[in-house]
Design a protein around this ligand. Structure first.
Ligand SMILES: Cc1cc2nc3c(=O)[nH]c(=O)nc-3n(C[C@H](O)[C@H](O)[C@H](O)COP(=O)(O)OP(=O)(O)OC[C@H]3O[C@@H](n4cnc5c(N)ncnc54)[C@H](O)[C@@H]3O)c2cc1C
Length: 469
């Protein structure tokens, strides 16, 4: 069987790894080709190791509570290289009226799971705090239609709780507009809390207690993991595995067209060449996948291209510790949309992961760009660096010149699972159900986090390999 995978991000690499592994286990002869447009493997996973700093351009960690990332690292022999976030720190801040305010303790997946920290937080006034209490009394909404995350939280806990607490935390994941994001596609367990416990807070309290218990058992407080010298350790190990198993790996190879024939696919490359393949996994973003198949599957292409993406950027800056007027006593801060800043969040990387900067130095990372604000951002290195430095000066009082800075611009990087997303996924699944030789995978469909992408690649490989049995 000839399998070609388009897109060498974590999803495409995972699809290739799982396809080869399964083919070996089941004695299916497999010739695998992986085509990547860019000059590096890993897509959004991009680690720069410079002058003793470990700088992540895209993601910097993955959730250990979703099994697929941990399982893959174990298979790749990376388990011993995984670290949680710094156990000596626990603060994360929220910018509130231009001041940094500590996130209340006891949040479970963003939702308050402890009463006392909510009673004393300055993020909400007394009336707004009382409004949260209504969550225990309000009836469960009837019906099973979807609603936006913003409307759901506002309905259960009040608009202020959404705007001051939940929105900035959610933005850190999706860079999205919570009043548009589908609850069903982003945080379905929150609706489950409402249905099962009649209250969001009651569900969060149970989740929080279960987490504390499991942390006591495992001895680890962090739900996140990352390899010692960055997430690229995972993609590097995947590429090494693929090379050992004779996969045909091609960087700098953008695909421009996919043409289905009765017995095979013809893959047109930007360089004018064409390849043939029996089967195909498209691990490119849905808007690219839509373009590639448009001439032959126009209706499916239209659905794929209707999944919106938001552009985002990160700017990492390194300083001598002595140049910082304030101690970096936490993991960083998130910025609510209502604060009107161009930045979205700032991670104090060298505190979050202490091995990411040399002794006596600090590494910070500013996130820029969120849904609905893209036209306000200058999408060039100079403009983004200026926004990042302005943010650090305003909030942390840092005016010194950075020792080094790195800017990464991620055009159309963050999929927006807006209202209507579940119906789009149903339509895509229905269209692909009768085509056993074709699979789509990636962050645009079932989950944006790295573990979800790994699983998505695995599922696509399983679908294709089922044909070879
Ligand atoms: C700034 C940032 C921070 C993030 N932080 C986290 C985090 O901390 N934890 C977490 O779990 N997730 C995080 N995410 C999300 C996560 O990184 C992504 O969802 C995930 O890496 C996407 O992987 P992917 O392989 O599906 O897509 P991509 O990484 O986008 O890979 C798709 C690949 O397809 C290639 N391609 C596109 N068109 C073509 C073509 N025509 N021909 C050939 N190849 C093509 C692209 O070049 C790309 O390499 C973050 C994302 C960003 C942008």
């Amino acid at each position: 069987m000839k399998l070609t995978i388009i897109g060498g991000g974590i999803t495409g690499l995972s699809a290739a790894y799982h396809a080869i592994k399964q083919a070996k286990e089941e004695n299916i002869p497999l010739e695998l080709t992986l085509l990547e447009a860019d000059s590096h493997w890993g897509g959004k996973i991009k680690t720069d190791r410079t002058d003793g700093f470990v700088i992540e351009g895209g993601p910097d960690t993955f959730l250990a509570t979703k099994p697929w990332g941990m399982a893959l690292c174990k298979e790749l022999g990376l388990s011993d290289r995984l670290h949680g976030t710094n156990p000596e720190q626990k603060n994360t801040y929220v910018l509130h009226k231009d001041e940094l305010v500590g996130l209340p303790d006891g949040l479970a997946m963003m939702i308050p799971g402890k009463v006392m920290p909510m009673l004393i937080t300055p993020l909400l006034n007394p009336l707004q705090k009382m409004r949260i209490g209504l969550d225990f009394l309000l009836p469960t909404r009837k019906g099973d239609e979807d609603e936006s995350l913003g409307s759901f939280i506002s309905r259960r806990m009040g608009r202020a709780t959404y705007e001051n607490l939940i929105e900035p935390l959610m933005s850190g994941i999706y860079a999205g507009d919570g009043d548009k994001l589908s609850l069903q596609s982003t945080f379905p367990f929150l609706r489950d809390f409402e249905i099962k416990y009649g209250s969001l807070a009651r569900g969060a309290m149970k989740m929080y207690r279960a987490r504390v218990k499991s942390q006591k058992q495992t001895g680890s407080r962090s739900v996140f993991r990352t390899p010692t010298t960055g997430l690229a350790e995972i993609t590097e190990a995947l590429v090494a595995y693929l090379e050992e198993n004779n996969a045909n790996l091609h960087l700098n190879t953008p695909v421009s067209l996919v043409t289905p024939h009765s017995s095979h696919y013809e893959i047109g490359l930007d360089n004018g060449k064409t390849l043939k393949s029996d089967t195909l996994i498209l691990a490119s973003p849905p808007y690219v996948t839509g373009d590639l198949i448009e001439s032959h599957l126009p209706e499916l292409a239209e659905v794929l291209k209707s999944i919106p993406y938001v552009s985002t950027a990160t700017v990492s800056l390194a300083y001598k510790l002595g140049d910082l007027p304030r101690a970096l006593d936490g993991y960083g801060y998130v910025i609510p949309r209502r604060e009107g800043r161009k930045a979205l969040a700032c991670t104090w990387t060298s505190t979050k992961f202490p091995h990411r900067a040399p002794e006596g130095h600090a590494l910070l990372r500013v996130f820029v760009g969120r849904a609905g604000q893209e036209n306000d951002i200058p999408w060039n290195e100079e403009g983004l660096l200026e926004i990042a430095r302005e943010e650090l000066a305003l909030t942390l009082g840092i005016t010194a010149d950075p020792l080094l800075s790195r800017t990464y611009i991620w055009e159309k990087a963050m999929p927006q699972y807006n209202l209507g997303h579940p119906e789009k996924i149903d339509a895509i699944n229905a269209a692909l159900a009768d085509i056993p030789t074709l699979a789509f995978a990636g962050n645009g469909y079932h989950g944006i986090g790295i573990p979800n992408c790994i699983n998505s690649g695995d599922m696509a490989a399983q679908k294709i390999l089922a044909k070879g049995k």
